[in-house]
Design a protein around this ligand. Structure first.
Ligand code: ADP
Ligand code: MG
Length: 269
């Protein structure tokens, strides 16, 4: 797998969709794990108080563990908060603990409240105590609160996972106008670069119709790879694993590797 191209500069993605259950966390951890197995150094920042990404990476996120809360609200360096996923070398994570739920409210009264995560990541990029990461993925909660705004301000690229279901396109135009408004006011570098179709079921007309519709409107952004609905994908987290390490030959692992390779090959555009 020597042909996975590494970016000259760290690429920073936020994985966003204000809907819950569309595959944000699953996409974050599996694309990240796939890239790591292909030779990239990858960091996942868990920004959802539920800590689902931390669970899937096999990274401790009990209440007494220091995590992204400490970086955002206490200025603790991210380099002190990262740990390597036990199953995938090169894949690192910053855990989210439940106290992060309170951060949404606590941030309201903090200076530069939209820029906390951006500042923490900027410090990481020049922190000589850690090797450079090729990719940083931020897994967002399903809301447009201050945590999600922090992710939009910290990232350069937006990856939207779209579940191939009836209401998939509803809310998408709102999400895109949020991205545009945010980039206008808070982060001019932000761009929607990547859309990934998930939970695709090729046997149903609905999945095919949703996929066709998304490709019609977002032909440049939508990856060719599509993630099928698969039991193996959904059971991996209960073993504290990504499907990439849990069942590398499953259809889910194969398609997430394809998606990761496409993201790497297309480069930041
Ligand atoms: P979000 O982070 O957007 O809330 P998740 O990634 O947690 O969404 O996914 C929601 C649920 O769907 C989870 O139970 C997850 O295991 C399941 N899931 C995600 N992708 C797939 C897939 N390709 N096949 C089957 N189940 C999936
Ligand atoms: Mg999630």
């Amino acid at each position: 797998n020597a042909e996975f191209p590494l970016p000259a500069e760290t690429r920073i993605f936020t994985i966003s969709n204000q809907k819950g259950g569309v595959g944000k966390t699953t996409t974050t951890v599996n694309v990240a794990a796939a890239m790591a197995t292909m030779g990239a150094r990858v960091l996942v920042i868990d920004l959802d108080p539920q800590g689902n990404a931390s669970t899937a990476l096999g990274i401790d996120h009990r209440g007494d563990v220091a995590g992204i809360y400490e970086a955002i609200l206490d200025d603790q360096p991210i380099s002190e908060l990262i740990s390597e996923s036990p199953d995938v070398p090169g894949l690192w994570g910053v855990p989210a603990t439940l106290d992060l739920a309170g951060a949404e409210v606590e941030l309201v009264n903090v200076d530069h409240r939209e820029y906390r995560l951006r500042r923490a990541i900027a410090a990481l990029l020049v922190d000589e105590s850690v090797d450079r990461f090729d990719y940083i993925f931020i897994d967002c909660p399903p809301s447009l609160g201050l945590l999600t705004v922090n992710a939009f301000v910290a990232a350069r690229e937006v990856l939207i996972p779209i579940q191939c279901e009836y209401y998939a396109l509803e809310g998408l135009s709102q999400l895109i106008s949020n991205v545009n408004r945010l980039s206008e006011h808070l982060n001019p570098d932000l761009r929607l670069t990547t859309i990934l179709l998930t939970m695709y079921d090729g046997r149903t007309n609905l999945s095919q119709q949703v996929a066709a519709e998304v490709r019609k409107h977002f032909s440049a952004e939508t990856l060719g790879a599509v993630i099928p609905r698969s039991i193996r994908v959904s059971e991996a987290p209960s073993y504290g694993q990504t499907v990439i390490s849990y069942d590398p030959n499953s259809s889910g692992a194969i398609s997430y590797r394809e998606a990761a390779l496409e993201i790497g090959t297309r480069g930041a555009r």
